[in-house]
Write a protein that binds this ligand. Structure first.
Ligand code: HMN
Length: 291
């Protein structure tokens, strides 16, 4: 079984202006993450992949393209979560058949699901597949909070091996690390990679790693080697970059930065907004400033 620890890019979606999948661009982004960024893994079908705006067939196609392009060059984790539980089950089977190394699922969102429903959701997704599940915990977007005691209940299922922790609560992260030394914890906020690494994460999954992989690797490795002051310098530059990216529109700006490197990362999917001339110009300035 392949090691899941390490740094993952959350794979961007590449779309044509009409919203259809840009396969050529998607393949270029995947190769860039493998050959240039030297990532340990790719997280396919997450928020960064604009997954929640796609049809089941489109999700499947992206999972297929990613596997076909990456082969076994990199660890592949597929985000299959959806509030259509039947779709999640179908996607989990689909990616396991494709040979993905692990699955992940966002907590069910929109309705205020209780913990028993959340638990049932994860149990159902993993029931008929032989794979490892990483819970995707992102309360600021889903409104779903899970306590340490509730995580303990979810982790009773041995197929549930970890959590992608997209939360700025370092007290909770420390409690999780102490309570679950054998579970995998992946940091989800790129701007907090250094403190999360100090607390003993097993890896990180992020959108900005598509363009900022070298700095992320430095932060991760320097922190693990206890060179905190040096790591902090790199985190400062990284956070200046992330602040500029967020100000200009997160996924669109990352795509425009990739375009500066000759990668056809394309457009975002509606209802995300298209590119204005100002946004394109600002992305060029950001590129010059940081790369
Ligand atoms: C995914 O699901 O695609 C990512 O793993 C999500 C990841 O945690 C990113 N979160 C969101 O985009 C909401 C971060 O990389 C985030 O974009 C970055 O830290 C900037 O805030």
């Amino acid at each position: 079984m392949r090691e899941l620890k390490g740094l993952y890019s959350a794979l961007l979606g590449a779309f044509h202006e009409d919203g259809s999948i840009n396969e050529k661009g998607l393949r270029q982004i995947i190769r860039h993450n493998i050959d240039h960024n030297k990532m340990d893994g790719l997280y396919v079908g997450g928020s960064t992949g604009e997954n929640f705006m796609l049809s089941t067939d489109e999700k499947k196609r992206i999972f297929e393209i990613a596997k076909d392009e990456a082969k076994n060059d990199i660890t592949l984790m597929a985000q299959v979560g959806s509030i259509n539980l039947k779709e999640s089950v179908e996607l989990a089977k689909f990616v396991v058949d494709l040979g993905y190394d692990a699955i992940s699922a966002v907590t069910p969102f929109y309705y205020k699901f209780g913990f028993d429903e959340v638990r049932h959701y994860y149990e159902t997704i993993v029931a008929d597949v032989d794979t490892r599940m990483v819970i995707y915990f992102i309360p600021f977007l889903t409104g779903v909070n899970i306590s340490v005691d509730q995580f303990a209940k979810l982790f009773e299922n041995k197929k549930i091996v970890g959590v992608k922790f997209t939360q700025g609560d370092f007290y909770l992260l420390e409690r999780m690390r102490k309570a679950f030394p054998d579970k995998l914890i992946f940091a989800g906020f790129d701007e907090m990679l250094l403190p999360a690494t100090v607390l003993g994460i097993d890896g990180a999954i992020g959108s900005t790693y598509n363009v900022n992989a070298a700095r992320a690797r430095q932060i991760y490795e320097l922190t693990r080697a206890n060179k905190i002051a040096e790591a902090l310098e790199v985190q400062h530059v990284t956070n200046d970059l992330i602040t500029d990216i967020l100000d200009n529109g997160l996924y669109g700006t990352i795509k425009l930065l990739l375009a500066e490197q000759g990668i056809e990362a394309g457009y975002c999917r509606e209802p995300m907004k298209g590119y204005t001339p100002e946004m394109r110009a600002r992305a060029k300035e950001i590129y010059k400033k940081y790369f």
